[in-house]
Design a protein around this ligand. Structure first.
Ligand code: XMP
Ligand code: MG
Length: 185
């Protein structure tokens, strides 16, 4: 698929593949949480499409809330400062909480979220990531449910953006950036 002039998109996971994995993840979650109520915490904004698809396949009772975060680069990736910009509206104390993230990259975002949620004493706290991109991991994170494992690359579509664009695409694509001479960056 064609992106903007400097941005080349190539199909990575088709909408059918994504739907298949979402169904399998939901089945595993249904089994693991049978008889319990699940509180899902989506990390904005990248998870909204994934979350919307997954929750419609859940058979356990579900509460949904979101957190928003901003990260400020302080030079290098490992020194990123992450700040909470939107807190939860519900209490998670004593609840079975499942955090949903679009892509795990360095692990810094999810590590930050899991740490502050743990302080609020949920009964359990698990993590579901659509894509686990391991190459640049800085903080080790235990992922309980993974859609796809990816070595490297920047991806867009299915809620995931590049500079806020492409979230609406139904499939997931790799995005490659070219400079004005058409060379890959
Ligand atoms: P980490 O794990 O590095 O992730 O704290 C930070 C945020 O970066 C986003 N991310 C991506 N977003 N395409 C995107 O649009 C990508 O390939 C990609 N890799 C990481 C991710 O949303 C996470 O919240
Ligand atoms: Mg994100």
């Amino acid at each position: 698929m064609q992106g903007l002039p400097m941005e080349r998109l190539t199909l990575l996971y088709s909408r059918e593949e994504v739907a298949g994995r979402v169904k399998e993840l939901a089945e595993a979650i249904n089994r693991d949480y049978a008889g319990r109520e699940l509180l899902i915490v989506g990390i904005l904004k990248g998870t909204f499409v994934f979350l919307a698809d997954l929750i419609r396949r859940l058979k356990v009772p579900v509460i949904v809330d979101f957190v928003g975060l901003s990260s400020y680069g302080l030079g290098s990736e490992s020194s990123q400062q992450i700040v909470l910009t939107k807190d939860l509206q519900v209490s998670i104390e004593g609840k079975d909480v499942l955090v949903m993230e679009d892509i795990l990259d360095t692990g810094l975002t999810v590590d930050f979220v899991l740490k502050f949620l743990r302080e609020r004493r949920p009964a359990s706290l698990k993590l579901c990531a659509l894509i686990d991109k391991r190459e640049r991991r800085i903080v080790p994170v235990a992922v309980d449910y993974v859609g796809f494992e990816l070595d490297k690359g920047f991806v867009v579509g299915y809620g995931i953006d590049y500079a806020e664009r492409y979230r609406h695409l139904p499939d997931i694509h790799r995005i490659e950036l070219e400079d004005e001479q058409g060379r890959e960056k």
